[in-house]
Design a protein around this ligand. Structure first.
Ligand SMILES: NC(=O)c1ccc[n+]([C@@H]2O[C@H](COP(=O)([O-])OP(=O)(O)OC[C@H]3O[C@@H](n4cnc5c(N)ncnc54)[C@H](OP(=O)(O)O)[C@@H]3O)[C@@H](O)[C@H]2O)c1
Length: 185
């Protein structure tokens, strides 16, 4: 039986994916949507982010005002500004510790939360512990690449928050919020 985490702090997943659930090419995102990046910054500011080592490499530096908890299997890996974790459980513990360590700083979001930040391997590890998923659904042609896991549709209430039409520089995209139905965790 899979181990369940009793994390009193909500774990929120945040992802941008295309119509085939593709989230990137393995090294970077496939699209550039400045408005989505601004929104991601505002949603995640003051919180710890749990990410895989490949996602860390794709960003290349710690995102300001947030904790970067990086999962790796390597015992020797280290990178300036990264908080290393070798299991999902340790990533949760270190995220909580980051919130404690920064409690008195102005950056901390008063509504404490931890973000499941990707990529695909890390979404697969942590999605079962999330009650909410902030989804940017992008209309973009790509069939290959790391994929967001399939969800059991019957377990989620989905609400569309905003829709953006295609422009000369950005694809069509919309913001969705998925909330897990109470009895499905
Ligand atoms: N669209 C989005 O919202 C979004 C968000 C994030 C990332 N991305 C994209 O996703 C792609 C990267 O995703 P990915 O799935 O290839 O890689 P990833 O999930 O970012 O990182 C995978 C790495 O995490 C570590 N890891 C995985 N499971 C582990 C475990 N149980 N314990 C310890 N460490 C573990 C391993 O690192 P080691 O190899 O060091 O052992 C593994 O190679 C990039 O293209 C990125 O741009 C997109």
């Amino acid at each position: 039986m899979k181990k369940k985490y009793n994390c009193e702090i909500p774990i929120i997943c945040i992802v941008a994916m295309n119509q085939n659930r593709i989230i990137g090419d393995g090294q970077k995102l496939l699209w550039h949507i400045p408005g989505d990046l601004k929104r991601l910054k505002s949603i995640t500011m003051g919180s710890p982010l749990i990410m895989g080592r490949k996602t860390w490499d794709s960003i290349g530096f710690p995102l300001p005002g947030r904790g970067s908890v990086v999962l790796t299997n390597s015992t020797t890996w280290e990178s300036r500004g990264a908080i290393k974790a070798s299991s999902f459980e340790e990533a949760i513990t270190k995220s909580k510790q980051w919130l404690i360590d920064n409690e008195n700083s102005k950056i901390i979001d008063v509504n404490k939360k931890i973000f499941l930040f990707g990529g695909a391997e890390i979404y697969r590890l942590g999605i079962e512990f999330c009650h909410t998923i902030e989804v940017t659904q992008v209309i973009f042609q790509a069939e290959q690449g790391p994929q967001f896991p399939f969800l059991k549709e019957e377990n989620w209430n989905k609400e569309m928050l905003e829709h953006h039409y295609k422009t000369a520089s950005t694809p069509e995209f919309s913001y969705w919020r998925y909330n897990r139905k109470n009895n499905s965790l």
